[in-house]
Design a protein around this ligand. Structure first.
Ligand SMILES: *[C@@H]1O[C@H](CO)[C@@H](O)[C@H](O)[C@H]1NC(C)=O
Ligand SMILES: *[C@@H]1O[C@H](CO)[C@@H](O)[C@H](O)[C@H]1NC(C)=O
Ligand SMILES: *[C@@H]1O[C@H](CO)[C@@H](O)[C@H](O)[C@H]1NC(C)=O
Ligand SMILES: *[C@@H]1O[C@H](CO)[C@@H](O)[C@H](O)[C@H]1NC(C)=O
Length: 509
């Protein structure tokens, strides 16, 4: 890689996913609403009577207290005005404007990589900079800005610091510090990444809003490749996958950071320096498995198609792995982000359908891919990543920080692969995603094999209701999937519906 290669970090870890099905989203919704109303009314009566009693005895504003509780049954569905009267801005939930991004870049790679930032950067909504080692040529800076990429800043000179392997690691490590010193208002989180990191900002917000930004948090992921975690640290957020530091932790780190840079000059990456410094404060890494370092080689298909049951936050090492779709890297990411925009929370989430009549199993990774297996496959197998990739450092079969399944040696028997083709919003809160059969997936070249029993399916259309980000505040549960149109295949098209599972529903074969 280029000499300005920074190795902010190395890796992260994957595992499983959720899903939805949708026998009838409307019926589901109605059921939910009735249940909620019933429970809310009960709670409201109970609380209302208790609080009325308390409030009227002790509180001069008893009226507003009573109104608050009694309003709950109606307000609970929208949640809109829930907290506005109760809290000042500090207590309100985290949104994108509370985050500032610090991206490690260099002038050499930026002309190429600025394109990746245009996939996720929203100039009107977000704050942050890519930090370069020197001023870029005017023309390329202008082009990048016009294309809507993240604005740049030039890093301070770091030549006074010692280093052993990479000079730029020092510069990149100091990005959070330079960002902190910009003194931007209302910052709750500093989020760091590389110039080849693609963020999914809505999901980043969903994940960070689960944490109290007034405490000291260090949140990210480690490497998928055990060799990398063993060499660096399991306790370190690998920087390319992105990581978040809450404001109070950043404030503490800033005070000791330049000293840390000299104390830990032997480390390879910027992320390892930051980890060592956080350890002096005593703050450990909180692992969130939606941050993806992508410390793997080859085809990331298996990893992405079996995403853990948590929102997709980031993807790194775009240029180091094969394109995730059978098209260019940039176009691949454009496809994935088009699905993400339609339903951020659901991106890559799995759902499994069984076609019991045909004895097929169907694994949907929403917004990305569908696999049809011409046999009944247990859920725990479909949620285990297929080993379509190798380790980062030694190009080995493993080990990874998660279990993998060997890709079938006779792929034509094993499954057929479909990739996202189109995304369509449906109604106010739903979407239709369609997936077309691919000859380029891991089951390459099987499409016309006479024994390929699923060859009749050319397109799969999946309907689902937009997943509420609040889904991720609950105990994780994969959503359910069912065959649409009674499982009929019309004109080569199979229809599926993803929806919340009923409480007693299971995927049993
Ligand atoms: C984010 O929350 C703050 C309150 O803390 C609010 O003033 C602001 O309008 C919100 N921004 C967005 C984009 O929702
Ligand atoms: C830019 O990216 C293209 C395509 O990935 C690659 O062929 C080219 O060498 C890159 N240019 C530089 C200067 O890195
Ligand atoms: C800007 O966008 C145009 C059109 O998509 C593309 O050809 C060009 O390479 C982009 N330039 C940069 C610096 O991203
Ligand atoms: C059947 O599929 C073909 C190709 O996918 C399409 O052109 C045609 O319009 C479809 N016919 C119907 C009735 O949907």
């Amino acid at each position: 890689m280029s000499q300005c290669r920074v190795g902010i970090g190395t890796s992260q870890n994957p595992l499983e996913m959720p899903t939805t099905g949708n026998s009838s989203a409307a019926a589901d919704k109605a059921r939910d609403a009735v249940g909620l109303l019933f429970r809310a009314t009960f709670v409201a009566c109970l609380m209302g009577s208790m609080s009325l009693l308390l409030f009227s005895s002790f509180n001069p504003s008893a009226d507003s207290g009573a109104a608050y509780w009694l309003r709950l049954p109606n307000g609970i569905l929208s949640q809109a005005g829930w907290s506005s009267a109760e809290y000042d801005g500090e207590g309100e939930s985290t949104n994108i404007s509370h985050i500032v991004f610090g991206i490690g870049g260099c002038v050499q790679s930026w002309p190429n990589r600025s394109r990746y930032s245009t996939l996720w950067w929203q100039p009107d909504l977000m704050r942050g900079y890519v930090w370069l080692d020197e001023e870029p040529p005017k023309a390329s800076a202008l082009a990048a800005a016009e294309n809507g990429s993240i604005p740049y800043r030039i890093s301070e000179d770091t030549s006074r610091f010692k280093y052993s392997s990479s000079k730029s690691a020092v510069r990149i490590a100091r990005i959070f510090l330079e960002t902190f010193r910009l003194n931007l208002p209302h910052v709750r989180w500093f989020v760091m990444g590389d110039d080849d990191t693609v963020f999914f900002p809505d999901n980043l917000v969903t994940v960070l809003s689960r944490y109290d930004h007034r405490e000291m948090w260090y949140i990210g992921g480690n490497s998928e490749s055990v060799e990398q975690d063993a060499i660096h640290s399991y306790g370190m957020a690998f920087g390319g996958g992105g990581f978040a530091i809450s404001y109070p932790l950043a404030a503490s780190l800033v005070k000791i950071f330049d000293g840390c840079l000299d104390r830990y000059y032997r480390f390879y990456g910027s992320d390892q320096r930051l980890w060592a410094c956080a350890a002096e404060i005593g703050v450990p890494l909180t692992v969130e498995s939606g941050f993806h370092q992508i410390d793997i080689r080859g085809n990331p298909y298996g990893l992405l198609a079996a995403h853990p049951l948590t929102p997709l936050v980031s993807l790194h090492h775009i240029d180091s792995v094969d394109p995730i779709f059978p098209k260019t890297r940039y176009d691949s990411l454009r496809s994935l982000t088009s699905a993400y925009r339609a339903d951020p929370s659901r991106t890559l989430q799995q759902a499994f359908c069984y076609d019991r009549a045909r004895k097929w199993s169907i694994a949907v990774s929403w917004g990305y891919t569908v696999r049809i297996y011409p046999s009944l496959v247990a859920a725990h197998l479909m949620e285990t990543p297929l080993r379509t990739f190798k380790t980062w450092r030694t190009f080995s079969k493993g080990p990874f920080t998660f279990n993998t399944l060997a890709v079938e040696t006779q792929p034509c028997e094993a499954y057929a692969v479909y990739f996202l083709d189109r995304v369509q919003e449906a109604g106010r809160s739903g979407s239709l995603t369609s997936y077309v059969r691919s000859m380029d997936g891991p089951a390459k070249g099987c499409g016309d094999a006479p024994h390929d029993r699923v060859a009749v399916v050319e397109r799969i259309v999946v309907s689902s209701v937009k997943m509420d980000p609040k889904y991720w505040q609950k105990a994780p549960r994969r959503q359910c999937c069912e065959m649409g149109d009674g499982g009929s295949i019309r004109n080569g098209t199979l229809r599926l519906r993803i929806r919340k599972c009923r409480s007693s529903e299971t995927m049993t074969v």
